[in-house]
Design a protein around this ligand. Sequence first.
Ligand code: IFM
Length: 421
Amino acid sequence: MTQTTRFPDGFLWGASTAGHQIEGNNVNSDWWRKEHDPAAGIQEPSLDACDSYHRWEQDMDLLAELGFTDYRFGVEWSRVEPVRGHFSRAEIAHYRRMVDGALARGLRPMVTLHHFTVPQWFEDLGGWTADGAVDLFARYVDRCAPIIADGVRHVCTINEPNMIAVMAGAAKAGDQGFPPAGLPTPDEETTRAVIAAHHAAVKTVRANHPDIQVGWTIANQVYQALPGAERTTAEYRRPREDVFIEAARGDDWIGVQSYTRTKIAPNGPVPAPADAERTLTQWEYYPAAVGHALRHTADLLGDDIPLIVTENGIATADDSRRVDYYTGALGEVAAALEDGLNIQGYLAWSALDNYEWGSFAPTFGLIAVDPETFERTAKPSAVWLGGLGRERALPRGVSRPPDRGSRPVPDPGRLPPPPLP
Ligand code: IFM
């Protein structure tokens, strides 16, 4: 019999998306402009993306039917404030309809207020490090008050602020930007600015809605020290991760997001071995990442701040590897829960195959999207993962290497039991 771990009371079980990656035609954003600038060297533009701006009801219908109880989606700043100081009542009403639509379907909405994209006008001012940037962000957050007014329990201020700082560091370093392994050095000024913006946003959300649980979500690369590299690893991780995790002290929760690991030798990060299994993003296939990320975050923050896995998943065209990845990952979450970590939810990345910042090729979705018709089709992994929500139990399985044979994937028309460990 498959061993399982029961969900704690109120456990969030869902999938995540981000506005720019699924909505389509986010024309007033910095990313839209970048995507259409040949000098930026972006593989393909987002264009209509998944057309979720118009099809969000279908997305939510599917998630609820699959058995999920929670949906994390984003509000696009560049839609709400397309021109500095002009706040669109129509767009605020649009996002409020999404919140109401989620609630009507039995999905608890987690709302992200910033997920990588900013309005073009904000970028033109100089972005996060411009004079007044923090106040401009806080003013936008304040104007989102009607969206998150009733029925929203969790708000994320800024998604992966550490990646924002890393990207700013890469941009400053020019061609030297991205190393073959590991991440560029984050820009310190951007780090300070996004931390200040987060703290201002937390204050603003709490002033408007004292009952909302507010936090932010950190990308965790699971840095693993090779022999003799403990100190190098700690020093390497600190500006890329730990300062952002520590900035969450005083928040109501913290989002843990992980996909893979990075090994660190005494002289720095080393690429995964050539024969390692890789996903469509070229990251090492490493389902155990989420367990390490949860434990590292808890080590830094203690028990006071609840942890929520707000992203975790795999880009693959082989859905049986996705089931396998999630089996391994959920086994880690279950083990961490049993060890007493205060984990309050798990949201997979991603609900849909979507625009992966430059390309539609890395398919992270539980639900496939036809690029011509936008028709949605739940993958077997979605049926299986959603079904766990009905059972309110995590499987204690382990992932298997592909050469031992992929586990047969369930029939999307039925709700199968969790796979055997
Ligand atoms: O698609 C991204 C998401 O926007 C932020 N976290 C990582 C995901 C996969 O790269």
